[in-house]
Design a protein around this ligand. Structure first.
Ligand SMILES: *[C@@H]1O[C@H](CO)[C@@H](O)[C@H](O)[C@H]1NC(C)=O
Ligand SMILES: *[C@@H]1O[C@H](CO)[C@@H](O)[C@H](O)[C@H]1NC(C)=O
Ligand SMILES: *[C@@H]1O[C@H](CO)[C@@H](O)[C@H](O)[C@H]1NC(C)=O
Length: 424
């Protein structure tokens, strides 16, 4: 007959055994920084992450979305994987998912369709359509960083994501994307799962490239974040407090906007208090401004650039366009007045130079790359991808702060300069 002491010994033995098994499989290498290549899509100007998933590992393109709280994939078409698993309703995995519920599925069982699993609401950030998706887990593999080059691939065997119907992918998304990579704030978002699996601090950074011909990069973890020629682009970042909305979106507060060093006269109540609600979005190609801010910025900018002929009619969705042949070009793009988003106190500003403020809309026509958000947009300023490109933007969730480098062109480098070739 087994005494309680026996059980006790057995328990110790079995936990020792599992410790040994664990250390055998996991000792090898504990990454502190991970890197993911990003590409700019030529048609939509949005950015796509290539993620290795499933067994056998398959490279799949996902739209980068910093406002989405989890990754979802189209599971209806060719989902083949030996490691797919849909956790049961009421499981610990389901408890981590936002707003989940128990679901049944009438069709034959397949990835995305099982009984007694948990459902989550997945949405398409471009069309704003929603669909029920099955919470699932499968293998995810990602490159670690070793100094300024990639290191070994590391895996998250049970990465949680949602399995959505193909119909949710309809709409003007970058070609071939298989779903949405959610970088938003939440317990199962891509950055959160990577940080908790590898035990590094919950932070990530985006360096979106302006060129569709080369890779930008997302960094996860502690850094440093090196790019050619050996510059740590996180080193001289400025910081501003970062908050999170109920939906997991990242928010900062802009206190004023300057053009050519002069504050523009914005009349909205929040601007008077120096608290302009500002959201970061990677599914918005050009920064969208609340109507009165848009009008004021457009007029003020045009006034400061009065020596350059305007082009009429203006190209949609922009407010003012110029004859680009009359704009001298510099290392920082066309020579135009700098736009500063002043953050908090007057010493910190996100400076926007010609490369991020003017876009060549047609040959010979350069437009101010901001769009009118009407009277009640989601936030008064929604910073879009054109203004994020060639800037390092760090989301430090542990310390609730946003780090930003302003234009890397100033430091004679850009976001296409992470060296993705491995050292032998
Ligand atoms: C779920 O259960 C129902 C019966 O309650 C059955 O008709 C259906 O085929 C099942 N679905 C799956 C995916 O197994
Ligand atoms: C999708 O769901 C969100 C809430 O998650 C809601 O605000 C939005 O209106 C829904 N969209 C549609 C088209 O139903
Ligand atoms: C990129 O890394 C490889 C491997 O270490 C190295 O040979 C190459 O010179 C690097 N490229 C640049 C532009 O630094």
């Amino acid at each position: 007959m087994a005494s309680p002491l026996h059980y006790y010994h057995l328990l110790i033995l079995s936990s020792l055994f599992s410790l040994i098994v664990l250390s055998e499989s996991q000792t090898a290498f504990k990454p502190t920084t991970l890197v993911l290549p990003l590409q700019k899509d030529r048609t939509t100007s949005l950015h796509v992450a290539t993620i290795q998933k499933r067994t056998p590992l398959t490279s799949l393109p996902f739209l980068v979305d910093v406002t989405a709280r989890f990754l979802w994939a189209d599971c209806e078409k060719h989902y083949l994987s030996t490691t797919y698993h849909a956790p049961f309703c009421h499981s610990t995995q389901c408890a981590r998912a936002p707003a989940h519920y128990c679901r049944k599925c009438p069709s034959p069982a397949r990835p995305g369709c099982h009984n007694n699993t948990c459902g989550v609401l997945a949405s398409n950030p471009v069309t704003h359509k929603n669909a029920t998706a099955e919470l699932a887990q499968d293998m995810l593999s990602i490159r670690s960083a070793r100094g300024s080059n990639p290191g070994p691939m590391v895996t998250v065997p049970q990465f949680l994501f949602a399995c959505a119907p193909s119909s949710l992918l309809l709409g003007p998304l970058p070609k071939n994307v298989q779903g949405i990579a959610g970088f938003g704030h939440g317990p199962i978002s891509l950055p959160t799962q990577l940080a908790s699996h590898f035990g590094f601090s919950p932070q990530f950074a985006l360096c979106l490239t302006a060129s569709p011909n080369s890779n930008g990069v997302a960094f996860f973890g502690n850094g440093p974040y090196y790019i050619v020629p050996g510059i740590d682009i996180s080193a001289r970042a400025a910081y501003t407090p970062l908050t999170v909305s109920r939906q997991g979106e990242y928010l900062i507060k802009v206190s004023s906007i300057k053009v050519n060093g002069k504050p523009i006269p914005i009349k909205s109540p929040s601007a008077k208090q120096g608290l302009i609600k500002t959201m970061i979005s990677t599914t918005t190609p050009y920064t969208v401004l609340e109507h009165s801010i848009f009008t004021t910025l457009t007029q003020f900018f045009a006034g400061q650039l009065s020596g350059v002929p305007q082009v009429k009619p203006t190209v949609s969705p922009f407010g003012v366009c110029f004859d680009s042949t009359k704009l001298p070009s510099t290392r920082m793009g066309p020579a135009v007045p700098t736009i500063d988003f002043v953050l908090g106190n007057q010493n910190v500003a996100w400076s926007i130079y010609g490369a991020n403020s003017l876009v060549l809309a047609r040959p010979g026509v350069a437009c101010l790359a901001f769009a009118d958000g009407g009277l009640s947009p989601k936030a008064e300023i929604v910073i879009g991808t054109y203004q994020l490109e060639d800037n390092l933007v760090q989301f430090d969730l542990g310390r609730s702060r946003l780090g930003f480098s302003s234009s890397l062109l100033m430091r004679r480098t850009n976001c296409a300069n992470f060296n993705f070739s491995s050292t032998p």
